[in-house]
Design a protein around this ligand. Structure first.
Ligand code: MTE
Length: 309
């Protein structure tokens, strides 16, 4: 997102959802002709079941699967948006554990298999608005991060939550470059982390997260710019002081801790007033809090969001 970012969308990036359709067809074929004969997993080993969360759907058209999975920001692999889809296969997503520690009564190392079973998986359609002024609409699968937080019981000193992604330059070749300080670190205030919209995310479009979207586990915070949604996390730490994120270190005047989507506050190098939905030709106005103001604006009552950008 630093100097290399190119906000132009190439026509070649706007492609049909053939990847999704192919998989869907295979699943359908399996369901129709082979039900009861062979386990479904043989045909769609990466399927992830979820109930549709009706309170969290949007009227917006979904961004095609192909774009969601082939236009990614994942600097651990590349600063190009096209390359993570090709490169992320080197990420090993099993075994995988998440260490939850710091200001909690019950610190614990969770195995990913246990986290998958911790709460009911929901499909929630969220807007993702990237700081570079493009956006997508993605059917994520996960459950509220608060479900995990409840398990470890934060102490009264826990004011913030810090997320740390995997550091392993052998699996993540982009970490050999110093474009960011590794590992990728992000943070939320505890009430933001506990907010029902904040999703601990394991999948999208009916399947487990493709590696390039942050497998096997990431966080999605829909009212903030996309970089506040850390991918491939291995540690969650509860702390008293506001964490310093990888982006704040890289450009403190460009990337604030809060980074709520705010059309009125420009990025130092471009306007945030509009966004281009991937697949659209025309830009549209960006909504305050990415359209989630009704749910989250009260978290910031009395705060100067120009100062706390
Ligand atoms: N998480 C990690 N670990 N590394 C990253 O480079 N990029 C962020 C965020 N999470 C990033 C990350 C940015 S800038 C965006 S816009 C979103 O992931 C993109 O998520 P997506 O590729 O699933 O759409």
């Amino acid at each position: 997102m630093k100097n290399r970012i190119d906000t132009r969308i190439q026509p070649s990036e706007i492609t049909p959802r053939e990847g999704y359709n192919r998989r869907h067809f295979i699943q359908l074929a399996a369901g129709v002709s082979l039900t009861g004969l062979l386990p479904k997993q043989l045909f769609a080993a990466d399927a992830l079941d979820a109930t549709k969360a009706s309170a969290y759907t949007l009227p917006d058209e979904k961004t095609p699967f192909k774009d969601v999975t082939h236009y990614n920001n994942f600097y651990e692999f590349s600063t190009s948006k096209e390359e993570p889809a090709d490169l992320a296969h080197t990420l090993k997503t099993r075994p995988w554990t998440i260490t939850v520690e710091g200001e909690v009564h019950h610190p614990k190392v969770f195995d990913i298999e246990d986290l998958l079973k911790l709460a009911t998986m929901e499909e929630r359609i969220y807007r993702l608005r990237c700081v570079e002024a493009w956006s997508m609409v993605i059917p994520w699968i996960g459950y509220p991060l608060s479900e995990l937080i409840k398990q470890v019981e934060p102490t009264g000193n826990a004011k913030f939550v810090e997320f740390t992604a995997l550091y392993d330059p052998l699996q993540m070749p982009g970490q050999r470059s110093s474009v960011l300080e590794w590992p990728y670190v992000e943070g939320l205030r505890i009430d933001e982390a506990m907010h029902p919209l904040t999703l601990l995310t394991f999948g999208l479009y009916g399947q487990v997260l493709p590696n390039q979207n942050g497998a096997p586990i990431r966080v999605v915070v829909p009212w903030k710019y996309g970089f506040k949604s850390p991918k491939s996390i291995v540690k969650i730490r509860f702390v008293e002081k506001q964490p310093v994120s990888a982006w704040m270190k890289a450009g403190p005047e460009e990337y604030g801790f809060y980074s709520n989507v705010n059309p009125a506050i420009d990025h130092t190098r471009w306007s945030q007033a509009k966004e281009r939905r991937i697949g659209d030709f025309f830009k549209r106005a960006t909504l305050p809090f990415n359209g989630y103001a009704e749910q989250v604006a009260q978290l910031y009552t009395g705060m100067d969001l120009k100062k706390n950008f």
